[in-house]
Design a protein around this ligand. Sequence first.
Ligand code: AMP
Length: 196
Amino acid sequence: MSKKLFLIIGAPGSGKTTDASLIAQKYSDSIVHYSTGDMLREEVSSGSELGATIESYISRGALVPLDIIIDTIISAINNAPVDTVLIDGYPRSVEQMRALDEILANNSDIELVSVIEVRVSEQVAKERILGRASEAKEGEARSDDSIEVFYDRMKIYIEPLSEIQEFYTSKNLLHVVNGEREINEIVEDMEKFIKP
Ligand code: AMP
């Protein structure tokens, strides 16, 4: 079964994971959604040695090494039970973008259909992250939802962004949605690009 891949990028706090999961829920017989952050946190929770390595990056807001994230997304895509796969949180660097491009060039089983950027201002992103930190139940708070780590994550997100935007624009794949509206409006916009 050949896979149709959609990448969803957005700042920490942009709502990209929530948006993508709502779409996957609505079309659950044809669309599946994976968040890179969630997959990495699952590995951390499993208590494995790999998980401990991953946590040492996540807790600092740093990117996990290329080989780990590539393995994570490629096995998610290959094991996906349906043919439309949404991945949010990838690529987060120019290196990741190029690595995926090379993999896709050598793999006719995966077609990158579109890259959707959920755009919010830094102010909105910050308010959402700090809101999430203060609402988290005890034991459920994320190790990286603090103001200090927020600025590092934001910097890491912004730094490669223009090159990523240019690359996918030149391939006619980039779509930008305004992430500062009501969630149903954002999801409706995203759906237009994804709907089976
Ligand atoms: P998120 O849930 O998308 O905010 O991601 C949480 C953390 O997981 C990030 O701050 C990184 O440490 C790690 N992470 C998520 N996606 C990636 C990626 N594509 N490459 C490297 N690290 C990632």
